[in-house]
Write a protein that binds this ligand. Structure first.
Ligand code: FO1
Length: 314
């Protein structure tokens, strides 16, 4: 039985964040859980609006996700991509046939005038996801990656087509100045009893969320535990380019770089148990196994977040 009665808000990107979202969804009743998701990775592809992180969270919580890749739908087929290949295209972004249904529905509803928040509410409800899965903003924001080898790339061009191999010089969030805090995001943050930043890439996944004008300040102003879960274990990222990007942007690869990046926003930090001995000024911190490579470990981390923060108020 789920007895947690605090309102929990989780900020995440895609695959890594989805694991913690899944753990929290097992221990927090859906009416008390809101997930705010990065949309800087969103893009247009063959006329479809693709929102990879929103879909990864939704498919994970809906029990549909391909657990090998961590994104897309388990067992999905690629007849549409194969047909595009027959037409002379060279598809580089793997859209499964069932996944395409999500993009078709989202695109048509957006074009009919619904907001992304409304569209995701409909999609999550249809897939049996009962907590709120909110885009960080309804206005389009695009993460652009300035690279040494190719100049500025669209995010998915950098991440998928070039397999995050180019050297990153700078990141830019196109459109961020027009992004606004939606009523749903504001309501969730203002009513949160616990705010968690997932172990997602701070620069690629969390920075866009915190850059929505006013959102970082709104989160920092909440007099509640605001805890980040480390994206780095023993100096390595679990998956993806977190450490590579840190180096390329000129940061020291350390937990202090991560806490420094979140300075003023968080008041607590979960460090991996492998990094015993780490110490942080001005932050409450706790050591725990953060490698969520099984359902049990996702739930254990979620339970630890709840129990550790239940007896401290900032
Ligand atoms: N990631 C890949 O590495 N290759 C793909 O072809 C790919 C397709 C894809 C389709 C739908 C979707 O929702 C996600 C997809 N992803 C793919 C994952 C995604 O591009 C990235 O993991 C995120 O944008 C980073 O968080």
């Amino acid at each position: 039985m789920l007895v947690e009665s605090r309102n929990v808000v989780l900020l995440v990107g895609g695959v890594g964040g989805a694991k913690l979202a899944a753990g929290l969804a097992r221990v927090v009743p859906p009416e008390h859980l809101t997930i705010i998701v990065n949309t800087g990775d969103d893009f247009w592809h063959y006329g479809l609006r693709i929102c990879p992180d929103l879909d990864t969270i939704t498919y994970t919580l809906g029990g549909l996700v391909d657990r090998v890749n961590g994104w897309g739908i388990a067992g999905d087929t690629t007849a549409t991509l194969d047909a595009l290949g027959r037409l002379g295209e060279k598809p580089w972004f793997r859209l499964g046939d069932q996944d395409i249904a999500t993009h078709l529905l989202r695109t048509s509803r957006l074009q009919a005038g619904e907001s992304l928040t409304q569209v995701m509410a409909a999609i999550t409800a249809a897939l049996g996801v009962r907590c709120r899965v909110l885009p960080m903003a309804d206005e389009p924001v695009a993460t652009r990656v300035d690279t040494v080898e190719h100049g500025e790339l669209d995010f998915q061009d950098y991440f998928v087509r070039h397999r995050w191999q180019p050297t990153v010089r700078a990141l830019r969030l196109a459109g961020i100045e027009h992004a606004t805090i939606s009523a749903a995001v504001r309501h969730a943050v203002e009513n949160a009893d616990l705010i968690v930043i997932g172990p997602s890439n701070p620069w690629l996944s969390i920075q866009p969320i915190l850059s929505v004008p006013g959102l970082r300040q709104l989160i920092a102003a909440q007099p509640v535990p605001r805890v980040a879960v480390t994206p780095i274990i023993g100096g390595q990222a679990v998956k993806g380019p977190t450490v590579k990007i840190m180096r390329e942007l000129g940061y020291t690869v350390s937990l202090e770089t991560v806490t420094g990046f979140y300075k003023g926003t968080i008041n607590g930090f979960i460090v991996d148990a492998q990094d015993q001995g780490a110490d942080f000024d001005d932050l409450q911190f706790s050591f725990f196994d953060t490698l969520m490579n099984s359902d049990e470990k996702r739930i254990a981390l979620a339970e630890h977040l709840l129990s550790w923060t239940s007896d401290w108020i900032s």
